[in-house]
Design a protein around this ligand. Structure first.
Ligand SMILES: C[S@@+](CC[C@H](N)C(=O)[O-])C[C@H]1O[C@@H](n2cnc3c(N)ncnc32)[C@H](O)[C@@H]1O
Length: 233
């Protein structure tokens, strides 16, 4: 019978149905490339640059989750990484492919929902997420951490930037239960250090801090309204 729950995935799909469908929203979101959205600039995250500069992560195979118009994927490819970059939005990937072409780098862009893609066990040295995780519903958090653990090689790294709780740009301070009562992620959920350590407790925390604010001259993206975290498997 339709709408009968027999397994975890069917339960998660039912909960998904209470919230916004990501494909349509994010495909519409990138139609106007002139919008004043801070991450529309083709600049890499300052924390990602710092991990490479400090030698915390060294070139290998990387999976970027929710790559958007590709600014971090392009930076990684330019710095010798073999990049798989996934996003649910067709318009973001069109933009990302144009940018990669202009930059002369080769990136394997994948049009899919991160929870539907096939991932080979232990195949990545780094999984990177800038701004996707805070748009993931609470019931998918477990699938998200399982995805990271599956994707990473032993000793591999996971890094993310995510809204701080109660930030000016987003980072809703609502309980997980309230997400379902109100049927909304309130523009993106906010996280603090303690929550991130607990959610990713299967991994070792290397560095968790606020992102540093960057100005135009620094040629990097950085906003202290975001947390930047690096973990090791
Ligand atoms: C705030 S944007 C950040 C884009 C990019 N990482 C950047 O920083 O420039 C979040 C991205 O996550 C993508 N996204 C959200 N949920 C997703 C999902 N379930 N699977 C794949 N991509 C998703 C959206 O399409 C969007 O491009």
């Amino acid at each position: 019978m339709k709408e009968t729950i027999y397994n975890e995935e069917e339960l998660y799909s039912m909960l998904d149905s209470f919230l916004r469908e990501p494909d349509d929203f994010w495909t519409e979101f990138y139609r106007d490339r002139e919008k004043k959205i801070p991450f529309f600039k083709n600049l890499p995250d300052e924390n990602l640059v710092s991990y490479l500069d400090k030698g915390l992560v060294t070139p290998g195979r990387v999976l970027e989750l929710g790559c958007g118009p590709g600014r971090n994927a392009i930076y990684l490819a330019r710095n010798g990484w073999e990049v798989d970059a996934v996003d649910v939005s067709e318009t973001s990937l069109q933009w990302a492919e144009e940018r990669a072409g202009e930059s002369g780098v080769s990136i394997n862009f994948i049009h899919n929902n991160i929870f539907k893609m096939e991932i080979e066990y232990g195949s990545y040295d780094l999984v990177y997420d800038s701004g996707c995780f805070h748009h993931i519903a609470p019931h998918r958090r477990l699938s998200y951490t399982q995805l990271i653990n599956k994707a990473l090689k032993p000793g591999g790294y996971f890094a993310l930037t995510t809204f701080v709780r109660g930030g000016k740009l987003g980072g809703a301070v609502v309980s997980d239960w309230e997400v379902y009562r109100s049927r909304s992620l309130h523009g993106g959920l906010g996280y603090n250090k303690t929550q991130l350590e607990r959610i990713f407790s299967d991994l070792h925390s290397v560095e968790i801090r606020k992102m540093k604010d960057m100005d135009e001259s620094q040629q990097m993206f950085g906003l202290s309204e975001l947390m930047a975290a690096l973990f090791k498997k």
